[in-house]
Design a binder for this molecule. Sequence first.
Ligand code: HEM
Length: 190
Amino acid sequence: MPTQQSEPLPLGDTIQRYGLVSRILHWSMAALLLWQFLGMGLKLTLGRTPLVSFFTGSHQMVGTVLFVLILARVIWTIANRRHRPAHGDGLLGLAARAGHMALYLVMLIVPAAAILRAYGSERVFAPFGFQIFPAQQPEIGWMVGIGDALHGELGWLMLALIAGHVVMVGLHQAMWRDGTLQRMAGRPRG
Ligand code: HEM
């Protein structure tokens, strides 16, 4: 007789754990964000090298895919909001909720600002090899201005928030042992 442990994950979230869709979105975004920050971090430290070009050459394409995944994640989060794991009580719960909100906000703004800048730019936007936005003649200054002002700065803020998120999951695992990581990464239970 199959045990509860071998039951397949449901698509949607439950109060006990995140479902298959949330997990796929979470871990694919984590991998792509790692790619983005690795590339930009290397660019900052090494300057222009073939290795850096290998990463940065895909930055716009990966960033655009991330934007689509983030939109899907926000929609899925709202659709599942009444039946997903709670953030917990008290000050820690409040901090977790605020941290997640901040992460969602920057995950939306960072690629959106870059895409707005790409739309207003004098250069064709073709991250997948075909044109998505034509070149503007002249450029749309306010769009480029918003992208320049927000994209890089908030991008690094996102990295800081992600680092905080990872540290908090580590603390939950090591100190409180409350199964926080298992809700997104563990085997299905209950
Ligand atoms: C969630 C997705 C993205 C993340 C996390 C991200 C992150 C970053 C970071 C950290 C930088 C370095 C800023 C610096 O040099 O101080 C950067 C630069 C850049 N990004 Fe992105 N990016 C994303 C999406 C995109 C998208 C969708 C585009 C294009 C539409 C794009 C275009 C650029 C460009 C052209 C630069 C170099 C100029 C600049 O610093 O603004 N990025 N990105």
